[in-house]
Every structure is written in structure tokens, then in C-alpha cells.
Design a binder for this molecule. Structure first.
Ligand code: ADP
Ligand code: MG
Length: 900
């Protein structure tokens, strides 16, 4: 049995064998291409692109495309893809995960699949673990793509670039192929959108995810930067899809509405009269203002048009205040306790502390009861990485360590893992763990070991599990007078420089796991020098010393992987003490007993197979536990993910359409139908038949002429006598007809007030878009909050024997239905009122009174207790300084306006 099949199983081996004929074909083609000129190759590439756009399948041109890339790489970077790299390329193209050890050249491998898929012209994304690597890889591999006539974009946290083709043509320099410093000259600053328009775009998972969310908050098609999620390759895929996937992406903002407003509204509604200024529908638990009422409020607030000047949210909040006053009764619907309003569940009568009514209702109740009004931080948009990456048509990944996580990759992402053998035989010596009684003994021994290696000249890379441990060890080394470099995974670019030198003779480098990842460690230092390389190689290569086992075996393997690249000599060893977190929390009693019985000195190590095994068992336990947490997160996120799809899709549909009228009329018709059905269908219980209510409700949507009202009454009377389906339909259709006429009137009224400019959108269209988007956005944000509360609530209450997830699903379903109905209502009850504005200005849309203010957000990636806050940036993606004009367009300075 060969090493391959022993290690990776027969399936893996036979799969790799099946790729051999293709590899041979690619290599033969590459030989042919070797004879062509640079120009001829570029032409060939562009022809290929044309063919693909005409419908040729990627699988049919895979060999040609790979051969082109191979030849292009050998001309530009002077590197020829190894056969295993060609295999890796095929696996990536198939939408799988390829495991290739550190230093095997995954960056170069990816170019094959990236190029092939980029030919489709729909954009290929490459995800790196930090901004520095996005730049580095784009510039490094950019030469190949550029040679073949493709464009490269780079997304950074506060900037975006294109690979500068002109620069590339001018200076065919060699330095940057070897140097780690980024030559900024090759980066041409462009708008974010342009970087996404490139054939190939490099960036981090955070940036791509946040851009996706921000696009779905955009008020305008032009402000959206992405163009769909097509094909993505995730580098260090385990880190992104597993480690980072525990915390979702969140864009949030502190609720900015002032609490005074609620007090003001609470008093304001006391001056209004039922059936004159507003209409209450007890059964539907709804409250709507009449035109009369709105006029009164406008007068009180001293404004001309509440919809235009204050936005739909204000109207909504006033209605909430009305509801609080009229429909919600203390000690029936809620109680007041300890300066808080607590909801009473209408079915069980239980108090539900912590839950809050949405749409400002809770605040309205707080104002009514004179208790403290609580401000909430709102989630404006959120998504888990799991669901973000699953949206791509094709997802692929690469890493040095995926095999231990194969189950999760398959279950959550539907990704297979294929393990590739190394290009050259792998000779690193992974030594047995050294186990100590306590931490002090362990640290002392570590220092001794490092000193020994230092004297010998062998470079050591010391891995720790935290910044704190880094510093601790650093202090020990200082005392011994040993020179060292310390990396904390904070400054990626600087750390890249340091870690790339970790293979120099006598170098001591202390790093946390994440520090300097993705950066190659060449023996003898960087740039490569044969003599220095051979010297360090003879000393045994790089020695990796792990100061503690990590929770996950995978992370340990990553650390080890720093040594022994591309057939180099090297070694690795872990030091463990019984006081390590992992051992304290997960180690077995039996283990501790053995250590005690042995009665060792603190600096004496034992190498015990049983203890080593139980460490692995403990790691597996933690891995399983963490997998469960992530699975749980996904199970819950899947539900809201469906909601997100529906909402984002309909939002997008509205943004795109030039013809909103059909949608609006449909909403209106539906609402009318519901109102009539709701109040007339309860025929079994005649008492519930409520003609007056119907008329009042309709009147709160639009005004009725006398004769119209009469006719409706007549039709209602008929239904009352014998409620046939037919009669009800007649009534519904009649009211719908009136609605349509009024809508036409509204349209011409608005058009008569605004001069129509030929090429611009119809003004009513613009107004409607504004109303719809604001309606969707406000209510969606509220929905997110409610869903979040629901989830916490369910977690807290525990549902007896019931499965909380099932309960969550059930309630989420109702909440979502309510959301859809609320959105419709907001639109329908607002639309006829916008026309009442004495003057409507074209800039109405830009003002975006409602959502714009919500967008004064900061982005958070919440990670249990720690919050990473992203810097604000304007639409182009530039970072905003404190004294710059604010991006929201207020004209104020940023620090005085939206700065959180
Ligand atoms: P990985 O991401 O797999 O850890 P990198 O992509 O950083 O590895 O590559 C490691 C090193 O190997 C780089 O210095 C790169 O230039 C070199 N390399 C990769 N592929 C080849 C090749 N086919 N020929 C020569 N050098 C290569
Ligand atoms: Mg890499």
C-alpha cells in the first residue's frame, strides 16, 4: 500500500488517479503553447473568453484554459504549476475543498480555477483571511491574469483598487515576485463597484459579506456595488467557514430616535377624537389616522406635510401612541413593574419579561405609563457566513487543514474534501508531546529548549494560544537575554515581513496562531538564497515549538505546518502542562492521578502515550461541542434566512422596476379584499358583522364621496341579508374600482405639480419606491429585532417537553406573515396621502427621511463579549475622517452627525 492510500483512503486515491489523463493533456497543451508569442497567447485567451460567452461549457475548455495559465505563470512569475497543483485546480473548479499542505503553493494553484471560471464574465471572488493577503495575492497573481487579458479588483476595508495594467506594462520588474512589501504603485484606486466589475476580485469574507448587506440597504440601484455571487474560492477555508462562522456579520446602529418624541406623541394623541381624527379597529387591533387627524397633528407639530417632512415612521409612531392609549389596557395586556412595561402573553397570561413590542409600541406604552423609555440598539442587517457563502452559485476552498473538519464541510456547505499529496516527499519530524506537572516547569523547559536551538543556530517558531501567553513567554526569554520577534496577529503587513524571516539562522519568533498566516517561511530567510537555505536545512530546518495544545487539532496542525514546506527538513513538538486550560477542563481524573503518582519534578517531562491519546480525545470533545454550536446557529439562521430572501428579493424587484403601479394596485386590492372579508366573513356570528367599521377603515385609506359611501352601505346591507360569495365579490370589486380611480386622480394630481422631465422616472413611481423601500426597511429591521428577542426568549423560557427550535419556527412563521401584512398596510395607508402634499419636490427621493437616518449605522461583528467595530466609510468606500462632511448628506461634519 502506498503512502497515499494509507493516509487518505482508497476513494481519495482513485479519485486522484482518475485525474491523471487530464493532467497529461494539460501538460501537452502547455508544451504547444510554449512556442507561441506573448501576443498570440493573449489572443487565444480572449478567443476562449468569447467562446465561453457564446455558450461553450467550461468543462470542455478546462485543459486549454489550464495550459494557458500554466504557460502564462511560467512567463510572468517564472513558476510552472506542478502536477499536484493542476489537480488542485481541477478540484477547485469542481466546487470542492482541496487540502494541500502549507507551502505547497495554493495561491498559484487557485489561478487555474479562477481564470477558467472568470471566462464566464460573471465575476470570480477570492476570499483571503485579511486585507494584506488580498492585496498581496492580487498583485502577485495579477500578473498572470493581466497577461491573459483579464482585469483584477481588490476590495479593502476602506479602499478599493484595480490592478494597474499600465503600470504593469511599463515596468516588468522582478522585485515584487519575491518581495513581501506591497508596491502600492500597482494599485489604482477605483470605486468599490468598479472593483467588483473586474473579472476577478480579491477581498476578505468580512468585506464581501458587509458589501452584500449594505447593497441590500441601498436606496438606489446605482449605490449597489456587487453584481451577484457567482463563483468563490475561499483561501484558508477552515478558518473562514469554520472558525469565523461562529459569529454572524451584523450591521447595527444605536436607535437614534429621541425618547422625547414618544412623550410628545403620547400627549399629542390625547387631543385627538375617535372617528373624527382616527379610527380604531378593535378586532384587527389596528389604529389609523384620518386625514382630519393628520392635519391636526401637522398643525401641532408645525409642519406642512408629515409624510414628506417627517416620514412614514413618524406617522407610524403616532399611531402606536394611539394604540397604546386606546387598545392596550394596563394589567390586561401589560403590567408595570420596577419602572418597566412587561408584556402579558394573551394566551397564557404569563408575564414575558425582556420581550418588547415592536414598531415603537413598547416605547409608546412606556411614555403612557410614565416609566423610563428604553432605547434599543437596532440590528439593521445580519447574516451568518454559512448562509452568505451558500448563496454563491459555486463555492470552493483550499487550506492545509481541512480533513479533520470534513464532516462539517459536507453537512453545512455540501463541500467534499480531497487531500492532495505533497509535491516532494514530506520529511518533517513530528515529535511526541512533552508533558509537565505544572506551567512553571513547562515554561522553564521551553526556554531551555529554545536556548539550545538558538546556540545551535536552528530557527525556532514558538506558537502560543493567546497574546497574553505571548507576552509571558517573551518575558522569560528576555530574562535569559535571548533575542526574539513577537507577533500578535494585529498588524498583518508588518507581521508578514517578520514571519517571512522566521527561517533565518538563529531566529526566534513567537507568534499566536493567527499571526502572519498565509506567509511563506523560506529556510535561510527571504528572499531565497541558496547558501543560506542549505545552511539552515543542514541544521535541521525550522523547528516549531507549540507551547500548548489548542482546543482544536486542526489549529495544532496549522502550527506544525509552518515547518517542512516543499520537502524541507524540519521538526515540531508540543509542550503540555497539567495546568493548561485544555487539560484542566477536559482532562480526565485518571490522567491527573497518573501524574501525581509518578511524583515528578516540575521540570521533568514524560512522554506518555495514554496521556497523549486522552489529549486528542479531549480535543475531539471540544471540536464536537463547537460544531454543535455552529450547527445550532445555522439551524436558527436558516429560518430568518428564508425571510431575508423574500424581503431582499422583493426589495430588489422594486429598486429595479420602472413601473411600480401594478405592484401598488395589487397591494391596495389585496388590502381591500382582506378588510371586507375580515369584517363580513364572521357571518356565523352576526354580531361581528360591522358595516360602520368597514366604511371607517376604507375612509382612512382614501376619502369617499357621499354617493360612494351610500352605495357601499347598500351593498353591505345586501350582504348582511344573505352573505353570498357573489355579493361580497361585488362589493370588493366596487371598492377596488373606486380605489383605482382615486389612484389615477392622485397620479395626475402629482404630475400636474411636477414638471415631467423626459428621461426621468415618473414622479409617482419615485414617490412610491420611496414609500415601499422605507416601509420594507423599517419593518424588516424591526422584524430582525423581534426575531432576535424571540430566540433569546425561547432559550430562556425553555418550552417544557417541546423542542425550542420547533417552537421558534412556529412563531417565526406567524411573525413573518405579520411582517408581510404590515408592509402592505404601511404602503396602502400611506399612498393616497402623499398626494395631499401642497408641493412635492424632486429631491423627495434623495432625502429619504426614514431609512437614511437608520443607516447612520456602525457595523459590528459581535463576538460574544467583544465587539469589533468597522470604521465608517462613504459610498465610494473611503474612510471618513471626523471632520469630513458626513456621508448621510446632512451637510454637517461627520463627528457632529453620524459618527457613533
Ligand atoms: P500555501 O498557500 O500553499 O501555503 P504559497 O502559495 O504561499 O503556499 O506558496 C509557497 C511558496 O511556494 C511561494 O514562495 C511560491 O512562490 C512557491 N511556489 C508555489 N508554487 C510553485 C511552483 N510551481 N514553482 C515554484 N515555486 C512555487
Ligand atoms: Mg496560502
Amino acid at each position: 500500500m502506498g503512502i497515499l492510500s494509507k493516509l487518505f483512503g482508497d476513494a481519495n486515491k482513485s479519485f486522484l488517479n482518475s485525474l491523471k489523463p487530464q493532467i497529461e493533456a494539460i501538460n501537452n497543451l502547455a508544451k504547444d503553447y510554449h512556442k507561441l508569442s506573448d501576443l498570440e497567447l493573449k489572443k487565444k485567451s480572449l478567443e476562449l473568453k468569447k467562446k465561453v460567452q457564446k455558450g461553450l461549457q467550461l468543462n470542455d475548455i478546462l485543459e486549454e484554459a489550464f495550459a494557458l495559465v500554466k504557460e502564462a505563470a511560467s512567463r510572468t512569475l517564472k513558476q510552472r504549476h506542478f502536477d499536484v497543483q493542476l489537480m488542485g485546480g481541477i478540484i477547485l473548479h469542481q466546487g470542492q475543498i482541496v487540502e494541500m499542505k502549507t507551502g505547497e503553493g495554493k495561491t498559484l494553484t487557485s489561478t487555474l480555477a479562477v481564470y477558467l471560471n472568470a471566462l464566464e464574465g460573471k465575476g470570480v471572488h477570492i476570499i483571503t483571511v485579511n486585507d494584506y493577503l488580498a492585496k498581496r495575492d492580487a498583485l502577485w497573481m495579477g500578473e498572470i491574469y493581466n497577461f491573459l487579458g483579464l482585469t483584477i479588483g481588490i476590495i479593502q476595508h476602506n479602499a478599493s483598487f484595480l490592478y494597474d495594467i499600465e503600470k504593469d506594462a511599463k515596468e516588468k520588474d522582478k522585485i515584487r515576485d519575491e518581495d513581501l512589501l506591497i508596491i502600492e504603485d500597482y494599485l489604482k484606486p477605483v470605486e468599490r463597484k468598479e472593483a467588483y466589475q473586474a473579472d476577478i476580485t480579491y477581498g476578505t469574507n468580512n468585506e464581501f459579506g458587509f458589501d452584500y448587506l449594505r447593497d441590500n440597504m441601498a436606496q438606489d440601484l446605482e449605490k449597489q456595488v456587487q453584481r451577484g455571487l457567482h463563483y468563490v474560492i475561499v483561501d484558508e477555508v477552515d478558518s473562514v467557514l469554520i472558525d469565523e462562522a461562529r459569529t454572524p456579520l451584523i450591521i447595527s446602529a444605536p436607535a437614534e430616535e429621541s425618547t422625547d418624541q414618544y412623550q410628545q406623541f403620547s400627549q399629542l394623541v390625547n387631543t385627538l377624537t375617535e372617528n373624527e381624527d382616527y379610527n380604531i379597529d378593535e378586532k384587527m387591533k389596528a389604529c389609523t389616522l384620518t386625514e382630519e387627524g393628520i392635519k391636526k397633528i401637522e398643525k401641532a407639530l408645525k409642519i406642512d406635510n408629515i409624510y414628506e417632512q417627517r416620514g412614514i415612521i413618524t406617522v407610524h409612531h403616532i399611531e402606536s401612541a394611539l394604540k397604546a392609549k386606546t387598545l392596550f389596557v394596563k394589567d390586561r395586556d401589560y403590567v408595570v413593574q420596577d419602572n418597566e412595561v412587561i408584556i402579558i402573553d394573551e394566551f397564557t397570561g404569563r408575564m414575558m419579561p425582556g420581550r418588547r413590542y415592536s414598531e415603537g409600541l413598547h416605547q409608546a406604552l412606556e411614555a403612557k405609563e410614565g416609566v423610563e423609555i428604553q432605547r434599543e440598539s437596532m440590528t439593521l442587517a445580519t447574516i451568518t457566513f454559512q448562509n452568505f457563502f451558500r448563496m454563491y452559485t459555486k463555492l470552493a476552498g483550499m487550506t492545509g487543514t481541512a480533513a479533520t473538519e470534513a464532516e462539517e464541510m459536507a453537512k453545512i456547505y455540501n463541500l467534499d474534501v480531497t487531500v492532495l499529496p505533497t509535491n516532494k516527499p514530506f520529511i518533517r519530524n513530528d515529535m511526541k508531546d512533552r508533558i509537565y506537572k505544572n506551567e512553571r516547569g513547562k515554561l522553564k523547559s521551553i526556554v531551555k529548549e529554545i536556548k539550545k536551538k538558538y546556540k545551535k543556530g536552528q530557527p525556532v517558531l514558538v506558537g502560543t494560544i493567546s497574546i497574553e501567553k505571548n507576552e509571558l513567554l517573551g518575558n522569560y526569554l528576555k530574562k535569559e537575554g535571548l533575542p526574539f520577534n513577537l507577533l500578535n496577529a494585529k498588524f498583518h503587513e508588518k507581521e508578514a515581513e517578520i514571519i517571512s524571516q522566521a527561517g533565518r539562522k538563529g531566529a526566534i519568533t513567537i507568534a499566536t496562531n493567527m499571526a502572519g498566516r498565509g506567509v511563506d517561511i523560506t529556510l535561510g530567510g527571504n528572499p531565497f538564497q541558496k547558501k543560506k537555505y542549505e545552511e539552515v536545512k543542514a541544521l535541521g530546518g525550522l523547528h516549531v515549538l507549540g507551547t500548548e495544545r489548542h482546543e482544536s487539532r486542526r489549529i495544532d496542525n496549522q502550527l506544525r505546518g509552518r515547518s517542512g514546506r516543499q520537502g524541507d527538513s524540519g521538526s515540531s513538538q508540543f509542550y503540555i502542562s497539567m495546568e493548561d486550560d485544555l487539560m484542566r477542563i477536559f482532562g480526565s481524573e485518571r490522567m491527573k492521578n497518573i501524574m501525581d503518582k509518578l511524583g515528578l519534578e516540575e521540570e521533568t517531562a514524560i512522554e506518555n502515550k495514554m496521556i497523549s491519546n486522552s489529549i486528542e480525545a479531549a480535543q475531539k470533545k471540544v471540536e464536537g461541542h463547537n460544531f454543535d454550536i455552529r450547527k445550532h446557529l445555522v439551524e436558527y439562521d436558516d429560518i430568518i434566512n428564508k425571510h431575508r430572501h423574500v424581503i431582499y428579493n422583493s426589495r430588489q424587484k422594486f429598486l429595479k422596476t420602472k413601473e411600480t403601479t401594478p405592484f401598488i394596485l395589487e397591494y391596495i386590492n389585496k388590502e381591500i379584499e382582506e378588510i371586507i372579508s375580515f369584517h363580513t366573513l364572521a357571518q356565523k356570528n352576526i354580531g361581528d358583522f360591522d358595516s360602520q367599521e368597514i366604511i371607517e377603515t376604507i375612509k382612512s385609506i382614501f376619502t369617499l364621496k357621499r354617493e360612494e359611501e351610500k352605495k357601499i352601505k347598500k351593498l353591505l346591507e345586501k350582504i348582511k341579508q344573505s352573505n353570498s360569495h357573489q355579493k361580497r365579490t361585488t362589493l370588493i370589486e366596487y371598492i377596488q374600482k373606486i380605489a383605482q380611480e382615486k389612484y389615477q386622480e392622485l397620479n395626475s394630481h402629482i404630475n400636474s405639480q411636477i414638471e415631467i422631465i423626459e428621461h426621468l422616472e415618473n414622479p409617482l413611481n419615485l414617490i412610491e419606491k420611496g414609500i415601499v423601500l422605507r416601509g420594507i426597511d423599517t419593518l424588516w429591521v424591526e422584524h430582525l429585532t423581534i426575531m432576535d428577542k424571540l430566540r433569546t426568549g425561547i432559550g430562556l423560557q425553555g418550552y417544557g417537553q417541546k423542542d425550542p427550535l420547533v417552537e421558534y419556527k412556529r412563531e417565526a412563521f406567524d411573525l413573518f406573515n405579520n411582517l408581510i401584512i404590515s408592509i402592505r398596510k404601511q404602503i396602502v395607508y400611506a399612498i393616497y396621502k402623499v398626494g395631499l402634499a401642497p408641493k412635492i419636490t424632486r429631491t423627495n427621493k434623495e432625502k429619504g427621511s426614514g431609512f437614511q437616518s437608520l443607516k447612520k449605522g456602525v457595523e459590528n461583528r459581535e463576538e460574544s463579549d467583544k465587539v469589533i467595530t468597522a470604521k465608517a466609510r462613504d459610498a465610494v468606500g473611503k474612510k471618513i475622517g471626523r471632520n469630513d462632511p458626513c456621508h448621510c448628506g446632512s451637510g454637517k461634519k461627520y463627528k457632529k452627525c453620524c459618527q457613533p
